[in-house]
Design a protein around this ligand. Structure first.
Ligand code: LRH
Ligand code: MN
Ligand code: MN
Length: 424
């Protein structure tokens, strides 16, 4: 389904006056709004191919209808999101959930929607029908060399697929770990994992990056072999310059100070990118910013500070991606909400008075420092995010237009009510 640009223009016309009034007011509260809007126009957040359908839980799944039945339909859905918000210009594939049958056709379809291929993700946390060995006791860490080799080869195959699509990074997330004390020799599991990762790293083209994602628990509940940022850092440091740590917001122990982790990884030049989501209890994979918007802002505050200190390009030097799943919402609406929340946090971070903050820090003026951050967080920047969309030909209110156009009903009409998208 391709969105008619006239419909976006008509929608924007209807909201234009109210929007301009808000923008004028925002510009009276925030300095240098032009520079912020320009950065927002450039900022893109990749959509994971597995988040376009309803995920469900291990207790049940309630399909929503009209879900993409193929990679082509997933690309069309991301194209639709991008047309609505001009901030979702990339798709991240999970292999073998997504296997392009005709790569040239898939590339052409993505280009038609203005989409790039973000990091490709390997999957050694599930057994595939045609695979010889099982990953029940781990993949890259496995005590059995043949199993490790199978997992390494899968990653190499994924790299090859990514190369052909024009991607330039591989995200490795391992479910490897143990469920009971004594099950695993931690040191040997580490050494096996490192050796396997080295083989994968060596197989990457020289312009590729490897992102190593960590997770404190689940599906293993006693130990995870890449459990936290320190462990991921220890691997990527040994692998080489193009190996970096990937931070998934849902993968920390409760109350972890993620913004500090981000700051240190950036300083070490070892931050690769993000999987954005939100959570209250664990790896809930809820809509970004739905629970802890202040934390999201504080993370972006460190990102902007750290990237600027290193002279990095905000839009291109890190991998920005959503990693969410949906049980009760229309996945497309949810993704629009996530992107909006991320853009808001980014805009708020851009609006922080950095010079004043530095002075307050150097004077140990704790009250002032808090005032500066909270002022940025509490100032409404939504008009800036909307203006960035307007300038790029996208919709002032993407969720409202999505509903107004009856997109989900149209997708159900085209694809049917009982559809099951591949993924979690
Ligand atoms: C693991 C994870 C990882 C997987 C995705 C499906 O919890 O965050 O990124 O690839 O979920
Ligand atoms: Mn993730
Ligand atoms: Mn996760």
């Amino acid at each position: 389904m391709i969105l008619d640009s006239n419909k976006i223009a008509a929608h924007n016309d209807g909201l234009y006056t109210a929007h301009k009034n808000k923008l004028v007011f925002t510009a009276s509260e925030i300095a240098e709004t032009e520079a912020i809007i320009k950065k927002l126009v450039d900022f893109q957040i990749a959509i994971p191919s597995w988040a376009l359908g309803t995920g469900g839980t291990r207790f049940g799944r309630f399909p929503g209808g009209g879900e993409p039945r193929s990679l082509e339909e997933k690309i069309e859905d991301v194209g639709l999101l991008h047309a609505l918000n001009n901030a979702s210009g990339a798709i991240s594939l999970h292999i073998p959930w997504d296997i392009p049958s005709d790569r040239n056709a898939i590339k052409a379809l993505a280009a038609q929607h203005g989409l790039k291929f973000d990091a490709v993700n390997s999957n050694t946390f599930q057994d595939q029908a045609d695979s010889q060995y099982s990953y029940k006791f781990g993949s890259l860490q496995n005590v059995n060399k043949s199993i490790r080799k199978q997992a390494v080869q899968h990653n190499i195959d994924v790299i090859q697929q990514g190369v052909e699509l024009g991607s330039d990074s591989l995200t490795v997330w391992l479910a490897d770990g143990s469920c009971f004390p004594g099950q695993l020799n931690f040191r040997k599991a580490y050494e096996n994992t490192l050796e396997s990762l080295q083989e994968i790293y060596e197989a990457m083209p020289s312009n590729w990056k490897l992102f190593l994602e960590y997770k404190c628990a689940e599906p293993n509940f006693y130990s995870t072999t890449v459990a936290d940022w320190g462990q991921s850092y220890s691997y990527v440091k040994k692998l080489g310059d193009r190996a970096k740590t990937l931070v998934d917001l849902g993968h920390h122990l409760p109350n972890a100070n993620i913004e500090q982790i981000v700051s240190i990884l950036l300083m070490e030049d070892k931050l690769g990118g993000f999987h954005f989501n939100d959570s209250k209890y664990g790896d809930d994979d809820l809509t970004a910013g739905a629970l802890k918007p202040y934390q999201l802002f504080l993370i972006f505050n460190e990102l902007v500070e750290g990237m600027d200190a290193r002279g990095m390009n905000h839009a291109t030097d890190l991998g920005w991606m959503i990693d969410a799943s949906h049980n009760v919402k229309d996945p497309m609406e949810d993704l629009l909400q996530s992107v909006e929340a991320i853009m808001i946090a980014y805009a708020q971070a851009l609006s922080v008075d950095r010079k004043a903050l530095e002075i307050a820090q150097n004077e140990n003026d704790v009250v002032k420092a808090q005032e500066i951050l909270q002022n940025a967080f509490r100032t409404d920047v939504r008009a800036l995010v909307a203006e960035a969309r307007l300038r790029a030909g996208a919709a002032l209110n993407p969720v409202a237009l999505y509903r107004q156009l009856g997109v989900r009903d149209a997708l159900i009409g085209a694809r049917g009510l009982k559809t099951v998208a591949t993924g979690l």
